[in-house]
Design a protein around this ligand. Structure first.
Ligand code: HEC
Length: 162
């Protein structure tokens, strides 16, 4: 009886592991896969960020991009690289752990890029945490095509306009 119970418990554990492995996110590039939820939480951690040119009130028109008017913020790791009057010097790269977030004004969406293992991860997450463009969708192909436009600095393009 005791042994049977052990089998049931052990079997239960095995079964839960099996279920978990089936439902976990599989990334576009499993080496740099990341969770939308973790990125959403980071975006909302105000203390980790500073607004562009240290101006929390500035709203940029966004007339060159797809999101409309926005606020722009960089986390503290990204800030360390902004040594050219608040911009990234041309030819430089942001360090791993950098996060750049566009706070879209008309709907509260976060459009973001997060540097991990030398590559940017891209995502769009709505204000309620629902996912508009998952970090694991396609490696940000739809974002990069436009962000590699002339004048970009490590794929960041706001420096071209603001
Ligand atoms: C059609 C071109 C285009 C596409 C597609 C695009 N962006 Fe952008 N993005 C821009 C431009 C231009 C800016 C500069 C600000 C502005 O005028 O909107 C920008 C700014 C940003 C910024 C602020 C940092 C920076 O580079 O200036 C983030 C973060 C961002 N976009 C995320 C994304 C994500 C995530 C996607 C894909 C889901 C995406 N963008 C798709 C054009 C684009």
């Amino acid at each position: 009886m005791k042994i049977n119970l052990l089998y049931v418990v052990f079997g239960g554990i095995l079964f839960s592991c099996f279920c978990f492995s089936c439902t976990k996110d599989i990334g576009y590039n499993p080496l740099i896969a990341y969770s939308d939820k973790a990125l959403y939480d980071s975006c909302r951690n105000e203390e980790a960020f500073q607004y562009y040119k240290n101006d929390p009130a500035a709203v940029y028109s966004g007339s060159n991009g797809p999101h409309g008017a926005f606020k722009l913020k960089f986390n503290k790791i990204a800030q360390t690289a902004l040594t050219d009057n608040g911009k990234l010097p041309a030819g430089n790269s942001f360090p791993d752990g950098s996060m750049v977030v566009k706070e879209v004004q008309h709907n509260g969406m976060y459009a973001l890029m997060y540097k991990r293992s030398g590559s940017w991860l891209w995502a769009e997450i709505n204000s309620d945490g629902s996912v508009a463009y998952s970090v694991n969708k396609d490696g940000g192909a739809g974002c990069i095509s436009c962000h590699s436009q002339g004048g970009h600095r490590d794929l960041v393009v706001s420096f071209n306009f603001y």
